[in-house]
Design a protein around this ligand. Structure first.
Ligand code: ATP
Ligand code: MG
Length: 435
């Protein structure tokens, strides 16, 4: 077995998380009354077709080119585990998360299945099951942290007293170390606000309020300094230990995080070239005659090894061949076979655990409309102007994909909100013109 000790610097004690031993569904001790949840992606492929020329060039529009973005990707992960997906820019990480969470646009063709607890998910079930934290934070800048989370809680959970919501929000803020900035504005580039790392935490907190069992994070560390990035990843790993399935894509993790992940997957040009535990990763690449040099960051080393260099044709052919060789070795490995066996086994379990949907006890349409109206009115109280449409649109796109409300509810709330402004503006304009 490969030596892991050299990868963990002496000062990385704060990165220790309470790791539960990863055992399979059938090995789960009988004493643990709760069954482990599982997520399997089986032979996922995604391709898009585009017309070759501009719309006015009729001749060229007859020709279409097709590009395969994901190629036969299979993954398996259980609750209590955190999986890290690595890959160079454009390798298909975001597309894979979008495919898993049912958020791909209908322009492409997706093949393959997503199984949760052994059952293939239907399209309408995706948003009720997955919680997805996007690469960019879409939050209303003119609300405070507490207001943002209160509105999310009011939209996600039905009934409950004022105290119930307050307690829930305070608990999530404490869990994510946000209590000290609870009354500060989210802000933006023009009028300041909380830091980028704190904004990331608010986005995670908003998802946690919906009590998800499957959480996907797309590049949660982008734009953060090393220390904040590590803190965020450790926090996400902690969330996984609390009986959740967590999948996270990261560009350039630090070597200290190597042992934090239960599984590491590497994508290259849409193909899965490796997926296994950190120890299996070291063994596998050593077996392919690419041992990780001592004192180097295994993430950097393996990423370089599995990236296609397109700087010139020779390098491209050479690196592509290497990636193909690694990919074939992985497809013949026991790790790949085990992934397929695990997915197959969960389908045939005698007692399948129920699909872990997010809190479904959400308020009615009218209550949601009132909450949204209150949200946009509070949002404008800081600037005394209606919320900018592009910002509101981005927030409503994201939150409606999360299943918090329908897009038309936010639109209606906005129309009701701007109505008085429009009436007053028209009256002033008419009065000036008239007199
Ligand atoms: N709908 C689409 N039509 C055409 N090409 C697409 C579409 N969606 C994704 N792609 C292409 O697929 C490739 C993978 O994109 P994706 O965003 O998944 O990469 P990524 O690994 O997340 O990259 P990054 O690390 O930069 O975020 C890119 O080259 C992208 O241009
Ligand atoms: Mg991406």
């Amino acid at each position: 077995m490969s030596e892991l000790r050299f990868l963990t610097p002496a000062g990385s004690s704060e990165l220790q998380v309470n790791r539960s031993s990863p055992c399979s569904l059938e090995e789960a001790p009988a004493a643990a009354s709760k069954p482990r949840h599982s997520l399997g992606v089986l032979h996922a492929s995604y391709s898009v077709s585009h017309c070759a020329g501009p719309w006015w060039d009729i001749a060229s529009r007859r020709h279409k080119w097709t590009r395969q973005i994901l190629k036969d990707v299979s993954l398996y992960v259980e609750s209590g585990q955190i999986m890290c997906i690595l890959g160079s820019s454009g390798s298909g990480k975001t597309t894979l998360l979008d495919a898993m969470s049912g958020r791909l646009r209908r322009t492409g063709t997706l093949l393959g299945d997503v199984f949760v607890n052994g059952r293939a998910l239907r399209r309408e079930q995706f948003q009720d099951c997955f919680s997805y934290v996007l690469q960019s934070d879409t939050l209303l800048s003119s609300l405070t942290v507490r207001e943002t989370l209160c509105y999310t809680a009011l939209l996600a959970v039905r009934g409950g007293s004022q105290g119930f919501f307050q307690k829930k929000v305070e608990a999530v803020m404490a869990e994510l170390s946000l209590s000290h900035v609870a009354d500060r504005l989210i802000g933006n580039y023009s009028f300041g606000g909380i830091s980028h790392g704190e904004r990331r935490r608010v986005s995670i907190a908003a998802q946690l309020l919906q009590d998800p069992k499957v959480m996907l994070f797309d590049e949660p560390t982008t734009g953060l300094d090393c220390m904040t990035a590590n803190q965020i990843v450790v926090l996400i790993a902690e969330l996984a230990r609390r009986d959740r399935i967590v999948i996270v894509t990261i560009h350039q993790p630090r070597s200290e995080l190597f042992q934090l992940f239960d599984k590491i997957a590497i994508l290259s040009c849409g193909e899965l070239v490796f997926c296994g535990t950190p120890v299996e990763m070291l063994d596998f690449f050593s077996g392919c005659s690419y041992p990780c040099p001592e004192h180097s960051n295994p993430f950097d080393f393996y990423m370089d090894l599995t990236s296609v260099d397109t700087q010139n044709k020779e390098r491209e052919i050479e690196t592509y061949k290497r990636v193909q060789m690694i990919e074939s070795a992985y497809k013949e490995s026991t790790m790949y076979r085990k992934t397929l066996e695990d997915i197959e086994r969960t389908k045939h379990l005698k007692t399948l655990p129920v699909i872990p949907f997010k809190t479904k006890d959400s308020p009615g349409a009218l209550s949601k409309l009132c909450v949204l109206l209150s949200c946009v009115v509070t949002g404008c109280s800081e600037t005394c102007l209606p919320c900018p449409v592009p910002v509101l649109r981005a927030v409503s796109d994201q939150e409606s994909e999360d299943g918090l409300y329908q897009k038309w509810q936010m639109l209606l709330a906005y129309v009701l909100h701007v109505l008085p402004f429009s009436v007053i503006a028209t009256m002033i304009f008419c009065s000036v013109c008239y007199w």
